[in-house]
Design a protein around this ligand. Structure first.
Ligand SMILES: NC(=O)c1ccc[n+]([C@@H]2O[C@H](COP(=O)([O-])OP(=O)(O)OC[C@H]3O[C@@H](n4cnc5c(N)ncnc54)[C@H](O)[C@@H]3O)[C@@H](O)[C@H]2O)c1
Length: 256
């Protein structure tokens, strides 16, 4: 439903060309904001921007692991819009070996995935916080996961090729805590930092897995990416002015 809840806010959706990110981009535009699709995937980002047919969505290519790339993005947005109101971090970098069972993960792969994902999250937040401090306000939403909150439910992956990657558990728990660290470190700076921890999102998973996953849901089970939009818009809007350092779990009760 269209609204003007965001009233012209400039929102960087980092990872905006991804499964979740593209829904956030849509939601920002539908709620009166300007969505910056910031992604390493130029083709995907530009295609999304065209498909939206809106002057309120624009694409910027960026790499979350490069300080220079983040600085370039921030300075070009400041030049164009004179402000950046918020960042939604939905980037999901991983190397070619990501997703193996933990017994098969090498030290090098573990470290590389932590570097790119958690290190990237740190770098992006750190650089945007510097911009927000100069500007006098800001708002960050990190997309974490239920698997940063509870240990894996390994039983739901039995009989499939899927697992819950060991790096993911470490990264997501750390993203939730990093979020609280930044919120607290920014006391008095008028910058909020929150996280959203989604449950599993439908994306052509095998039926066998879905049945087991859904047995933990309280109504719907696996969610659709758009089911997160309400929480994202809430945190982006002034309705959540005093919500800070929180992790909002959106999972149909899966973690209970
Ligand atoms: N999909 C799920 O079921 C699910 C569930 C819970 C949490 N999450 C979290 O939501 C977030 C988004 O997940 P998703 O499923 O949309 O992932 P996705 O892979 O569909 O999208 C991630 C986006 O990040 C971009 N990206 C990758 N490396 C990059 C880099 N170095 N610099 C800039 N952009 C880069 C990709 O191009 C892609 O568009 C992740 O943090 C993920 O952990 C996802």
């Amino acid at each position: 439903m269209d609204s003007n809840k965001l009233g012209g806010k400039v929102v960087i959706v980092a990872g905006g060309a991804g499964l979740l990110g593209r829904e956030f981009v849509n939601a920002v535009v539908e709620n009166g904001g300007i969505a910056v699709i910031a992604d390493a995937d130029r083709a995907g980002g530009e295609e999304l921007q065209k498909s939206l047919k809106s002057s309120k969505a624009e694409f910027i290519e960026f790499d979350i692991t490069s300080k220079a790339s983040i600085e370039k993005m921030a300075s070009s947005l400041m030049k164009k819009h004179g402000k950046i109101d918020a960042l939604v971090n939905s980037v999901y970098p991983k190397n070619a070996n990501y997703g193996r069972k933990f017994e098969d993960v090498t030290y090098e792969d573990f470290c590389e995935n932590i570097d790119m994902n958690l290190g990237g999250c740190f770098l992006l937040c750190q650089q945007l916080i510097a911009v927000f401090k100069k500007q006098g306000y800001g708002n960050i939403i990190n997309i974490a996961s239920i698997y940063g909150v509870i240990p894996p439910r390994f039983e739901i992956y039995e009989g499939t090729e899927m697992t819950m990657p060991v790096e993911y558990a470490a990264i997501k728990a750390a993203v939730i805590h990093l979020t609280k660290y930044f919120a607290k470190a920014l006391t008095g700076c008028n910058i909020r930092v929150n996280a959203i921890s989604p449950g599993g999102i439908l994306n052509n998973q095998p039926e066998e897995f879905l049945e087991k996953y859904n047995s933990y849901g309280l109504s719907k089970g696996m969610l659709e990416a758009k089911d997160l939009n309400g929480s994202v818009i809430y945190l982006l809007s002034d309705d959540s002015q005093y919500v800070n350092g929180q992790n909002i779990i959106v999972d149909d009760g899966f973690v209970l």
